[in-house]
Design a protein around this ligand. Structure first.
Ligand code: NAI
Ligand code: MG
Length: 394
């Protein structure tokens, strides 16, 4: 029997291409796992009216953790149009299966490292222009994104139920919308909790402490989002006091301002912590600084279960062409090894070593620059890049 059972969720589009690539590396490294294929994604919405079938949730429950490629997601109206004819009048509501997974399994922490590897021609260009040897100017940031609450909590209404509308209209600030009429109003909420804020801030500070990073930056907008942003800021400030003794500097930035600062001085930031939507936004920005979505891995982690996925989506225009960069997915596999190496699922030193070996192999292939996908200016396929990395990692 294999040591691990891994839920295998390629999903849609290039999710399939990059998952196939990851298997080349996993097999070369002799990762001791059984892979449990799970249905998820657009195909199952269209055919069954459910992008996350119950059988998938059941299958996940018997696994150590999950590896996920990407899914295609579309706005509600477009989603209904693509349903099978017999499902069209059933008033089905589309939801993103990965967002649902994060909530169902309470995967409260989304960790997104963005690191520039020397030799990557796509590393931060502004820095390179001012410093021609700037491949060594390391951008090395880790974003901790709250993964179950906030703007992506899924509490949304259209039409807004009368009782909710009436309650909102008790607030005089509702007047402009009241005048527009109930039927013309849509509502998405941003609900946060002390528990959610505390958990994500704790993860960020603990990570900084464990890895010797000296700066933790809160990304919020408490001057406008006074209650939700205010709660997060209060929790962050209180916790910052605890970590002063470890020489960790805690500072705060508004989401809009940090988009500018990050672009100007990316190497100054180390650990960032944010609510769900702000974390989503800032992590794509950080990915852009280190080469784009082809280099951005992520981990959705709860207390005992985790799902690992590259930050990118299904990139439909490249689906099935084996053109896209598998490195984001392979760095995602590295994060899975890290998680197992930290003791989850009975893992330990062996998996820690596999994480180090895989990252070194990725760094080496980037630096050598002989085998590259289109985004790095090369002509190699997704699978060729994976084979090259497997050669050094295996
Ligand atoms: P996307 O991430 O799929 O692609 C945007 C562009 O980034 C691509 O056209 C390509 O130029 C580049 N790119 C992405 N991955 C790459 C890789 N591995 N190598 C090289 N270049 C890469 O985002 P987009 O186009 O906004 O969304 C496409 C679909 O994916 C949508 O249906 C969206 O809802 C979904 N999506 C799903 C996510 C998930 O599964 N977690 C996350 C983001 C989007
Ligand atoms: Mg995103």
């Amino acid at each position: 029997m294999s040591k691990y059972r891994i839920a295998w969720m390629p999903g849609d589009g290039i999710g399939n291409d990059v998952m196939e690539a990851s298997r080349i590396v996993l097999d070369a490294m002799k990762f001791d796992a059984e892979y449990v294929h799970c249905d998820i994604g657009w195909e199952f919405w269209c055919k069954e009216g459910n992008a996350l079938p119950d059988r998938t949730i059941k299958a996940l429950e018997g696994t150590t953790c999950g590896l996920f490629g990407a899914i295609t997601s579309k706005p509600q109206d477009d989603a209904r149009l693509e349903l099978a004819p017999e499902l069209k009048d059933k008033k089905l509501v589309y939801f993103s299966p990965i967002v649902k997974l994060r909530q169902m399994f309470n995967l409260h922490t989304n960790m997104r490292p963005c690191k520039s590897y020397p030799g990557n021609p796509l590393n931060y260009r502004g820095t390179r222009l001012s410093n021609p040897s700037a491949e060594d100017v390391l951008v090395d940031q880790v974003i901790f994104r709250e993964n179950t609450e906030g703007m992506y909590g899924g509490i949304e209404f259209h039409p807004v139920p009368q009782s909710v509308y009436d309650a909102l209209c008790l607030n005089p600030k509702m007047k402009p919308w009241k005048d527009k009429g109930l039927e013309n109003v849509a509502l998405s909420t941003r609900i946060v909790s002390i528990q959610g804020c505390t958990s994500i801030c704790r993860q960020a500070f603990e990570y900084a402490k464990a890895t010797g990073r000296k700066r933790v930056t809160l990304v919020e907008k408490p001057n406008v989002l006074r209650e939700t942003g205010g709660m997060m800021t209060r929790v962050f400030r209180k916790m910052a006091e605890e970590y002063k003794q470890f020489g960790i500097w805690a500072d705060e930035a508004n989401i809009d301002a940090i988009c500018m600062w990050m672009f100007k001085n990316p190497q100054d930031y180390q650990v960032l912590v944010a609510e769900n939507m702000f974390g989503d936004i800032v992590s794509d920005l950080c990915a852009g600084l280190v080469g784009g979505l082809g280099f951005a891995p992520s981990a959705n982690m709860g207390d005992t279960y985790a799902v690992f996925e590259p930050t990118h989506g299904s990139a439909p225009k490249y689906a099935g062409q084996y053109k896209v960069n598998p490195i984001a997915m392979l760095l995602t596999v590295k994060m899975m090894f890290d998680w197992l190496g930290a003791g989850h699922g009975g893992g330990g030193a062996k998996e820690k070593d596999m994480a180090t070996r895989l990252e070194s192999a990725i760094a080496r292939v980037i630096k050598e620059g002989k085998v590259r996908t289109y985004d790095m200016g090369g002509k190699n396929t997704t699978l060729e890049v994976a084979q090259e990395i497997a050669k050094y990692a295996g």
